[in-house]
Design a protein around this ligand. Sequence first.
Ligand SMILES: Nc1nc2c(c(=O)[nH]1)N[C@H]1C(S)=C(S)[C@@H](COP(=O)(O)O)O[C@H]1N2
Ligand SMILES: [Mo]
Length: 271
Amino acid sequence: MGRKLISSGHARPRTASRRAALRTALASVGTLALAGCDRLSNNAGFVDVLTSAQDLSRVAQRAVAGRNAMAQEFSPADVAAHFRTNGTLMPVDADYQALLRGGFTDWKLQVGGLVEAPAEFTLAQLRAMPSRTQITRHDCVEGWSSIGKWKGVQLSHVLAQVRPLASARFVVFRCADSMDGPSLDGHDSRYYESIDLDEAHHVQTLLAYELNDQPLPVANGAPLRARVERQLGYKQAKYVMRIELVDSFAKIRDGNGGYWEDQGYEWYAGI
Ligand SMILES: Nc1nc2c(c(=O)[nH]1)N[C@H]1C(S)=C(S)[C@@H](COP(=O)(O)O)O[C@H]1N2
Ligand SMILES: [Mo]
């Protein structure tokens, strides 16, 4: 947990002078400013120190624990009475709002990019696929955890149907929620995340549509969210609308593989 707390909640400074200014600002507000995945705390950073450490941590973790290592699973008695919520709790975007009003009957998950057979799946189709249920602990970099029971379809099952091309290396989750409010000028601030194909094929990596035996609440990412149980909270993309197989995320947004990664968070957020 120590590394997590150090890396919590900061934007990567883009320039040396900005970095210096941020250090001064940070020194004056102290460590209280360090917590947060919330956009208001997106203001200062130590994360640049950690970016080279992340490759090491990913390689070391895989070498020690193995690509198939399981995240701990818990018993029903461990499930939190209220699973916490964080980040977007209600997307402001009009397209999402319309789908929500219709009870997500018109919602479809699009899966495309570097695949042989791009496809769309309704919620009913996803629910009809083989499911997995798991009770796991969600760890947010803000320093809190919640244990929840998730039900969903394994991402590997969906990928098998679209057949990734040999060139595909990453799975990108495109989400419904704009982090900077509704866009007026074409500026895209929708949340996004990415994982590699090892993580995508892990048995516990789900596209979840239920939390604690109920349809996924809006605040937790309805109608569908990712569960990537060996990684931190910000990798658990909510409001997933589209899945893209890519060979690189260099050309997606700021090129770091995720909304928070573009603010300086580690791409490999192993717990
Ligand atoms: N689309 C989207 N996914 C998201 C976020 C978000 O703001 N938007 N926040 C992330 C963060 S930082 C955390 S801790 C978890 C919170 O999930 P919860 O609201 O179910 O607790 O979602 C992650 N996935
Ligand atoms: Mo988080």
